[in-house]
Design a protein around this ligand. Structure first.
Ligand code: 3PG
Length: 306
């Protein structure tokens, strides 16, 4: 059995070593395709793979057509908008993710980006503190929960809203539950996005929501660029010179945001929320174990395309 790691954005070397140990202990072979720039490289590499580990790499019908021996693909991470689940099912390929494995890394980056934002991007001018500010967490999943935990250590007040998590569960985690996302934006100083990119959330973060935020508002996005209505956000940031946007997922209109909003807009050059040795090892080794568990024992926990 051949397991391929195909990562345009490579894992830390220590994580690859950990994955190799799991794969080789099972008697399988590990192949590596890193930093590829052409889809053709991926198509060639998957041609004899029985199992595939990816990150945000797109696995569509064309990739699945080329992967004639493929039985399982695991997205080493949480968001699976890069996997075509219908195509995977049509190709008899099991698709999984590794929820929770990289969530602390993303949550730590949220706090780092917030300190950067309230300290005026470290420009030397007097900024403000996070303590006592109200942080709104949109979607209370693994990342949102970790953000809440760390934000409390900063002395922040924390609110959350999640369309799929009951208010009681949020309150039990010691976080103030609000009724809807409108209330979250209107009552918080800072909003941190942790919603997946779906048909429902696409462009859902719009001018009306961001415009309802308090003076000096900060929007932090470590989720997906697709959830932002970029035109709407740009319009409200033009109207309100107090709003800051910091993101780990470069918007399509990055150049325009950077030009229009110096000192109020920051994007990482490449998504790096999950880019730590620890998160790479957690997610990558979990993916390897899930592959071995499926191929040897038929375990389908975390299967996405049932
Ligand atoms: C995730 O959904 O797990 C994160 O966005 C991390 O994505 P990455 O593996 O491409 O860094």
């Amino acid at each position: 059995m051949k397991v391929l790691i195909a990562t345009e954005k490579p894992f830390a070397a220590t994580a690859v070593q950990g994955i190799r140990e799991v794969i080789e202990a099972a008697g399988y072979e590990l192949a590596l395709l890193e930093k590829y720039t052409q889809k053709s490289e991926l198509l060639e590499a998957v041609s004899d793979a029985d199992a595939l580990i990816v990150r945000s790499d797109k696995v569509d019908a064309e990739v699945l057509d080329a992967a004639k021996n493929l039985k399982i693909v695991v997205r080493a991470g949480a968001g699976f908008d890069n996997l075509d689940l219908e195509a995977a099912t049509a190709h008899n390929v099991v698709a999984m993710n590794t929820p929770g494995q990289n969530s602390n890394a993303v949550a730590e980056l949220v706090m780092g980006m917030l300190v950067y934002a309230v300290r005026n991007f470290y420009n030397g001018k007097s900024g403000s503190e996070l303590m006592g500010k109200r942080l709104g967490i949109l979607a209370f999943g693994n990342v949102g929960r970790n953000v809440a935990r760390i934000a409390k250590g900063f002395g922040m007040e924390v609110s959350a809203y999640d369309a799929y998590c009951p208010a009681q569960a949020i309150e039990e985690a010691g976080v103030h539950a609000v009724a809807n996302q409108e209330e979250l934006f209107a009552t918080c100083d800072i909003v941190s996005l942790h919603i997946p990119a779906t048909a429902e959330t696409r462009k859902s973060i719009n001018a009306a929501l961001v415009g309802s935020m308090k003076p000096g508002a900060i929007l932090v996005n470590t989720a997906r660029k697709e959830v932002i209505d970029e035109e709407g956000l740009m319009k409200i940031m033009e109207e309100r010179a107090d709003i800051k946007y910091v993101t780990d997922i470069m918007p399509d209109a990055d150049a325009a945001f950077a030009e229009k909003f110096p000192g109020r807009y920051f994007s990482t050059p490449k998504k790096m929320g999950a880019q730590t040795a620890e998160a790479n090892a957690n997610a990558g080794i979990a993916a390897a174990k899930q592959i071995v568990g499926y191929l040897k024992d038929g375990i389908t926990k975390f299967q996405l395309n049932r």
